[in-house]
Design a protein around this ligand. Structure first.
Ligand code: FES
Ligand code: FES
Length: 244
């Protein structure tokens, strides 16, 4: 395969083969300009937010360009101009939503789990914010509504599903994503009947499906009990769906 190389300048084309001769000031500047153009990143659209993001706190608005947007807990916010910013850093560093936790920052602990479009659980430390342009992200701050805790949050309290609480935001979002997978009939490694329409909810199913979320305090028994109670109650509700 032919290597892709920047255009040659007169100086480099006539190069003698030695490194110092090929990298004179006159050859370096055109090469640097070529690299800048090539790696400039995606072109962002202008934001169409009707209120110009006035609903956001000032510290959130001031550093961000009015460009493409992402919806965070129901509010449209501009995406960072730097396409290298992770979704986790957008939440924590730029939007000051520190509920989502940075544990390992490399996809191993689950502390940074958030929901996409209300159902899909993702690790925000492994996601670039620009990948989710136009999508709706729910972090732990978006679970409670009208001053009332989400039923799963309440169940975590009642079943002692946490100790230090560092893993809890990720556990909550992951459990809600897991419940959505159950409703869709997605099997797991321990599902016995792959042909069944509905996956039976057992503690083994919950433990397997939540195995990507680590708890250093070892509150697993309470976590599993809280999830089992909430998912079972939601399944028994008339609409057969999660309360929110
Ligand atoms: Fe994302 Fe650990 S911080 S998986
Ligand atoms: Fe402390 Fe889970 S409650 S890490």
């Amino acid at each position: 395969m032919q290597a892709f190389a920047p255009p040659l300048t007169p100086a480099s084309a006539a190069g003698s083969g030695s490194r110092s001769a090929a990298c004179t000031q006159s050859s370096f500047i055109p090469r640097a300009t070529w690299r800048r153009k090539r790696f400039r990143g995606p072109t962002l659209r202008r934001c169409s937010s009707p209120d110009g993001h006035k609903s956001l706190p000032p510290e959130t608005r001031k550093d961000l360009p009015m460009s493409a947007t992402i919806t965070i807990n129901g509010a449209a916010v501009p995406l960072p101009s730097d396409p290298r910013v992770s979704l986790l850093d957008l939440l924590r560093e730029q939007l000051h939503l520190s509920g989502t936790k940075k544990g390992c920052n490399q996809g191993a602990c689950g502390a940074c789990t958030v929901l996409v479009d209300g159902e899909q659980r993702i690790l925000s430390c492994l996601a670039l914010a620009v990948q989710y342009e136009g999508r709706a992200i729910t972090s732990v701050e978006g679970l409670a509504a009208d001053g009332a805790l989400h039923p799963l949050q309440q169940a975590f309290i009642e079943h002692d599903g946490f100790q230090c609480g560092y893993c809890t935001p990720g556990q909550l979002c992951s459990a809600l994503g897991m419940a959505a997978e159950l409703r869709r009939g997605v099997p797991s490694y321990v599902t016995e009947d792959l042909a069944a329409d509905a996956v039976a909810l057992s503690h083994d199913e919950i433990r397997e499906r939540m195995s990507g979320n680590l708890c250093r305090c070892g509150a697993y028994n309470g976590i599993v009990d809280a999830i089992a109670e909430t998912v079972t109650q939601a399944a028994a509700a008339p609409q057969g769906k999660e309360p929110r």
